[in-house]
Design a protein around this ligand. Structure first.
Ligand code: DQA
Length: 146
């Protein structure tokens, strides 16, 4: 079984509760359920969330040996974290960046992403469907590699 890491940054533990007019009513448990269902045969997901930048960096390091791709919603760290970008540069398999909201229609500080400089694909504004698309794409890219 190949494992895809679904990595979530700060405040995403409150998905479904915070600013539902922006992020909707569905929760991280819903994300996990949808991602598992979206996996191709032979793939599974591991979903992690942290509010701490260093923890996310550590998980990306660990993922180098144990996973075949990362779907990452780094939350606000998307717009600030060179450390997460550097960790992703040290990670070889596919990386897809996900945002629940359409960040480009929001405040200007959300328009720049450090993650995008490494990501193989970027999805924003599709709600939880963005995670599903990311999983499908990673399965495809990881299968192409054999
Ligand atoms: C987000 C967008 C970010 O700008 C924000 O800081 C988040 C969530 C999204 O999923 O739309 O926490 O990544």
């Amino acid at each position: 079984m190949k494992t895809i890491l679904v990595l979530n940054g700060p405040n995403l533990n409150l998905l479904g509760k915070r600013q539902p007019h922006i992020y909707g009513h569905e929760t991280l448990e819903d994300v996990e359920r949808l991602c598992s269902a979206a996996c191709a045969d032979g793939f599974g997901v591991r979903l992690l969330q942290s509010n701490h930048e260093g923890q996310i960096v550590d998980w990306i390091h660990e993922a180098r040996e144990t996973t075949c791709g990362i779907a990452i919603n780094a939350g606000a760290f998307t717009h600030t974290s060179v450390a997460i970008l550097d960790a992703l540069h040290a990670y070889e398999p596919p990386v897809i960046e996900v945002h629940v909201s359409q960040v480009h229609r929001r405040e200007a500080f959300r328009h720049h992403s450090y993650i995008s400089q490494r990501a193989d694909g970027v999805i924003a504004g599709f709600g939880l469907e963005g995670y599903v698309a990311a999983i499908r794409r990673i399965c495809q890219l990881a299968s192409d590699k054999g």
